[in-house]
Design a binder for this molecule. Structure first.
Ligand code: TRP
Length: 332
């Protein structure tokens, strides 16, 4: 809690390649959080360098990510949007928390195991202690809830353990946060293999619809979507491909499954796929338009980054100061 308000905190990797899965499953609903919580969204550029980055691309994607979140409906007046490296307290608290995080705990993180097998030429210490930096992000703001995908649940649980360990030695320091896992009901599946989650890192780009894909691309991808040998548009077990397309159509149009079945009675899959593509393109068009406008205005984006960093720093400084004092660091 900060000033009697519940806090929600989430971090996003600087990558412009967000998918409609990210959009429908998470980002679209982010704006609702600001009604109930004091909300922080951080572009985590310091996490990004745990794997090698091309500097110019990292810089460009940091702007793009912020622009995309604003375009998706996150209002910088109602949410604190900022860049991790602009608030130096993150790196400082991360060091301290490293000293409260066990080697064994970090060794058990599945993301570390995955990433170190993917980047076997660069298994650096930052990759290993990534969760301590993530814990610092969260704990600096006395966070109550952390909305994340299921893949990040383990990191949030480790963050809880670190907070509890610290509090046990130095009582009343951190709020212990709860993860909020995006509902699996909203899980959008790959268009090429509808038993697999749609993933922005899928090598088959036809499997994935990106928020920034143009209309022709979107329609082409939906036309190629894998379905089944049935012909009737209905939601049923074993029809993973059609179920997925119906879910997507329902999310973009607000129609129920029954309404969709009725609408496409007597129509083949071809007509339905075209309708899904058109609904998706129509829903994304205003987001894309807004994104273009915002991204073209670098000074606006920099002003938002600056404002966000100032807001975040205020709270971060308070928590870090408290931690340093409890640890016995001399204050001048
Ligand atoms: N590790 C998260 C991811 O890869 C990003 C992240 C960094 C994060 N810090 C965070 C998420 C704090 C939630 C809270 O998606």
């Amino acid at each position: 809690m900060l000033n009697d308000q519940l806090v929600s905190y989430s971090g996003v990797q600087p990558s412009g390649n967000l998918t409609i899965g990210n959009y429908l499953g998470a980002i679209k609903n982010f704006s609702l959080y600001s009604e109930k919580y004091k909300t922080f969204y951080c572009v985590v550029d310091e996490h990004a360098i745990t794997v090698r980055q091309v500097p110019a691309e990292l810089r460009r994607r940091t702007y793009e990510t912020l622009a995309l979140y604003i375009a998706c409906g996150l209002d910088p007046e109602k949410n604190t949007l900022y860049v991790q490296s602009h608030v130096h307290e993150h790196a400082e608290l991360a060091w301290i928390l490293n000293c409260f995080t066990m080697f064994g705990e970090l060794s058990r993180m599945t993301q570390f195991k995955d990433k170190s097998s993917k980047h076997s030429d660069n298994i650096n210490a930052g990759l290993f202690t990534y969760p301590a930096l993530m814990a610092a992000d969260i704990l600096l703001y006395q966070t109550d809830v952390v909305p994340v995908g299921i893949d990040q649940k383990q990191h949030v649980e480790l963050c809880r353990d670190i907070a509890e360990r610290f509090n046990q030695i130095h009582p009343d320091t951190f709020t212990v946060p709860d993860p909020i896992i995006n509902k699996s009901g909203m899980k959008i599946m790959s268009l090429a293999d509808p038993t697999k989650k749609m993933s922005k890192s899928d090598e088959n780009t036809n499997a994935v619809v990106y928020i920034l894909d143009d209309k022709d691309t979107i329609i082409r991808k939906f036309k190629r979507a894998v379905t089944d040998s049935d012909t009737c548009v209905s939601f049923a077990e074993g029809k993973d491909g059609i179920n997925n397309l119906m879910t997507i159509y329902s999310c973009f149009t607000g129609k129920t499954m029954e309404e969709i079945e009725k609408e496409f009675e007597g129509h083949g899959y071809g007509d339905f796929k075209l309708a899904v593509g058109e609904a998706c393109a129509a829903a994304l068009a205003p987001v894309q338009q807004k994104y273009k406008e915002i991204l073209a205005d670098k000074s606006y984006l920099e002003a938002q980054m600056k404002k966000g960093a100032e807001e975040a720093s205020y709270y971060a400084r308070r928590t870090l100061g408290k931690v340093q004092k409890k640890l016995g660091f001399v204050k001048l």
